[in-house]
Ligand binder design. Sequence first.
Ligand code: S3P
Length: 438
Amino acid sequence: MTKPKLIGSIAVPGDKSISHRVLILAGCCKGISHIEGLSPAQDCESTANCLQQLGIAIKTQETNGTKNKQSACVSIESPGIKNLAAPQETLFAGNSGTTIRLLAGLMAGQPFTSRFDGDESIRKRPMARVLDHLEQMGTEINYLDSEGLAPFTISGGNLQGQEFTLKVASAQVQTALLLAGLQASGRTTVHLPGIARDHTTRLFKYIGIPFRNGNGETYHAVSVESLDEPIEPFQYKVPADISSAAFFMVAAACLPGSNLVLTNVGINAGRTLVIDVLKRMGANITLLNERIMANEPIADIRVIGSDQLIGTNITHDEIASGVDEIPVLALAGALCKGSFSVKGASELRLKESDRLQLIANNLKAAGADITELDDGFIIAGKKNIPGKSFWHTHLDHRLAMSGLIANLLFDNPVEIEETNSTAISYPSFAQDLKSLLG
Ligand code: S3P
């Protein structure tokens, strides 16, 4: 059977992680900020909807008479972090862990009670990793159903800065605590046990929010103090999302004859595991036009296809720089020559689904030789994967998109449980993929 190829050039939508932060930080400024290329992800809409409940007006501007969601230009008008309104209804995060955790940090500093909730998946994800620390800073937390899980309320205000050493290199937890720290008396310092995405401090610098960045011997530390002056609104252009680009990168790298360019992709050092791993596997990947846009490194990424990828091992220290890309990288692992392993990745069990279990079960059913470990998996790569199996997604967008890529790489298609969840991060994924198949 001849396999398809990915040919052409594409700008995937704006970075989801950065878009959440830009929305929230614009919501902390007094006045109107303008953002180009905001992510059209449902997750970012959840953040925007919550912010609107705080008296922040968010409007999509029309370009050429249409509201083009893919490259939306959005204005965000806020009364400033010291004048936010108390939400009248539950702040509903939908499926978005970044929304609920980052906004918990923001609301911890506000002198009223906010109620948080989300969908079934959010209700299973650990919240204590953020809320325990916010409690230590002086917030009152009430879990409404089960300890450590949503739904919960936060009664904020009167925060006291603290020094925290996180057990996991979580950029979400770090950012939540820094947002609380900007509203606390004294200094708040967060030590991270390893490298993670630093979009938050890059944005702080871009906007002019003071912080201190110090590297200890083993920890990366960031400190902030209370924001006394109002922050000026800003203009920003969001880079393309490397986590979305990753699906096309893996497909192109594994399909001989592919020649793909992904433009304006963010290559923040806390996000580049997918590039590093594919290169280690022997993929032909070139970064073109490396440059800085809005204080983030970006590049155009060229990928030339091959069917000669070799195995590699992904270790614990690397996971934070590609935690969302492991499901799609596992597809390259299933088809490589030799052995492909992921270890120290138990965080993947706490994402939108238990991703380690789903990767292992889906690949095994499709005919791959994979062994699930407590904290990862080991694959003995094969030249061909038969497919013709059922691909569970558990409504996890990254599993659904991985299933669509598996259908290009395996000998026969898999039956994917659902693909609507792709809209959580990349609403036009299926159309964009089709456009590259020619
Ligand atoms: C994110 C950080 C990661 C990632 C998530 C987005 C962020 O979570 O999995 O999709 O925007 O900070 P953790 O920091 O909890 O690992």
